[in-house]
Design a protein around this ligand. Structure first.
Ligand SMILES: [Cu+2]
Length: 168
């Protein structure tokens, strides 16, 4: 029993430790560092340092692409963004007022492979709760579509049965 508790605790710690925070400083005319490498699900944290009011705005050629935009200024000195799981692998961004003078930067996003795809309920174990998800979504699309073929069917049922037990 104690072993089970320890294992569960380690698994929980493992999943929590996975998401990181990356710090970027907005200096008067540059982001520092201006290139960062993150995993989807990580947080990027920008700090306003001094000087001019900036923005954190995704896009290129001084044009906002609609993905993310926030003021980074004396009145809003911290911006945080959790990189979405479906984010593109390259996110160029800029300060809109100063992009003409080169205040641009890049976020490279890695999308980690799910380590336990049959764990639909994301509780670190493949068990009856995942089986019930497959049954509930049978014949439809949904997150129980483990195989990614657009429909929940016997391939997903077999995936759950074949992965039965605690996630590695
Ligand atoms: Cu700026």
């Amino acid at each position: 029993m104690l072993n089970i508790k320890i294992t569960t605790t380690l698994l929980l710690l493992g999943s929590v430790a996975h998401a990181e925070t990356h710090y970027v400083a907005a200096n008067p005319m540059s982001f520092s560092p201006d290139v960062i490498y993150v995993n989807a699900g990580d947080t990027v944290h920008w700090d306003y340092i001094s000087g001019f009011n900036h923005t954190v705005s995704t896009g290129t050629n001084c044009l906002w692409d609609g993905l993310f935009h926030e003021s980074l200024a004396s009145f809003n000195p911290v911006v945080e963004w959790v990189i979405p799981m479906d984010a593109p692998s390259e996110i160029p961004y800029m300060c809109l007022p100063h992009c003409n003078t080169g205040m641009t930067a890049m976020i490279y996003v890695t999308h980690p492979e799910p380590t336990c795809p049959a764990d639909i309920t994301e509780d670190e174990i493949v068990n009856v709760s995942d089986l019930l998800m497959v049954i509930a979504q049978w014949g439809q699309s949904g997150d129980a579509d483990i195989s990614g073929d657009g429909i929940v069917n016997v391939s997903d049922l077999l995936e759950v049965v074949g992965s039965w037990g605690a996630c590695d």
